[in-house]
Design a protein around this ligand. Structure first.
Ligand SMILES: [Mn+2]
Length: 349
């Protein structure tokens, strides 16, 4: 006699690929006047890598936490370059995507025929979507980036999205906002108690998780038992992110027969361009300045982004080296920028 072997039904589970802040179109001129290494392709490459990963691993759905584009007005070629891979992906795989518009697209995404695909779902207003799996449903609640007093309005927006209209046991909130405790920048600036920051105590206790874009550093916070998940940006957008690893999350939720909970959180790293500050002294004579620059950059990785900063409170314009001269001295795979652009606040994200 053989012992009876039973195969217990495995617990229901849900796998999501969650990414945000793709900033597509950033530094991607369609007709460049000069041929230099730019940042644009870094963002597109990582975006394609995420879609390729999802095609291979077949999650239940994809979620984009906003700042899909780098700004609200995007040229048609950029719109097509960005939407077409997404359209092809959902068309080929039948895996849906949900997108919440961010502040960089001024809370609404450019229209396109590609977005008409029924598997591309956009939170163009406070609303909900239901994702149906064989034996359970998932409710997603969200709203586009809200500018202004989100601290005062968050509870209303959650109600407007239909929070009380369903009995779903798995409830995900998808937003593009700062939430109390989120940290950014080299000085670990922490958002807290501001009118443009969600009060973490206002997150409903029966939410399964809240998933957000906007904060470019990946991190997980908790509101009681509810995880607050930021995947961060897919590439470094500014020097404030120079020490941060970049990528996206694969989230696995499970149901223990009673409640849904986050079971696994996997961070998938993406290539990120190394960033280095070089300090030059505007008072130095040209030939020494050239030598100095070459010396300082000699050991850097070949795809570096170098930020030229000036000593003694000089502006970069006071340097005896022009941008073109600096580019001539450094490997062509470098990207060069100047030290004015500095992290100020999250609006720059
Ligand atoms: Mn952003």
């Amino acid at each position: 006699m053989y012992a009876a072997i039973t195969f217990p039904m495995s617990d229901p589970q849900l796998k999501i690929v969650f990414f945000a802040d793709t900033h597509l179109g950033f530094d991607y001129p369609i007709r460049p006047k000069i041929n230099i290494r730019r940042r644009g392709e870094d963002f597109f490459n990582n975006y394609h890598k995420i879609l390729q990963y999802a095609e291979k691993t077949k999650p239940d759905f994809l979620l984009h936490g906003g700042d899909f584009f780098f700004r609200s007005k995007v040229s048609q070629p950029i719109v097509d370059l960005s939407y077409q891979p997404l359209f092809d992906f959902v068309n080929k795989t039948n895996i849906p995507i949900y997108i919440v518009p961010g502040n960089h697209e001024r809370s609404s995404l450019p229209q396109s025929i590609y977005l008409a695909h029924p598997s591309i779902n956009i939170f163009n207003r406070a609303r909900s979507f239901v994702f149906e799996k064989n034996d359970f449903n998932v409710s997603l609640y969200g709203f586009p980036f809200f500018r202004g007093d989100i601290r005062g309005e968050f509870k209303n927006l959650i109600l407007q999205s239909g929070w009380n209209d369903s009995e779903a046991s798995m409830r995900l909130i998808v937003v593009h906002q700062a939430i109390d405790g989120a940290q950014v920048g080299p000085g670990n600036y922490t958002f807290r108690n501001r009118e443009d920051v969600i009060d973490i105590n206002d997150i409903p206790g029966n939410a399964t998780a809240i998933l957000s874009g906007h904060i470019h550093r990946r991190q997980v916070l908790y509101s009681g038992k509810v995880p607050v998940i930021y995947p961060g940006s897919i590439e470094r957008t500014s020097f404030a992110e120079k020490d941060e690893s970049k990528g996206f999350y694969e989230l696995t939720f499970r149901n223990d027969g009673n409640i849904w909970f986050l079971d696994k959180l996997k961070f998938l790293k993406l290539p990120a361009r190394p960033m280095t500050d070089i300090y030059l002294d505007a008072d130095t004579e040209l030939s020494r300045l050239q030598k100095r620059l070459i010396q300082d950059c000699a050991g850097l990785p070949e795809n570096s982004i170098v930020r030229i900063r000036t000593k003694n409170k000089h502006s970069p314009e006071a340097l005896k080296l022009s941008a073109a001269q600096i580019r001539d001295l450094l490997p062509s795979e470098f990207s060069i920028q100047f030290g004015r652009e500095f992290f100020t606040e999250v609006e720059n994200h």
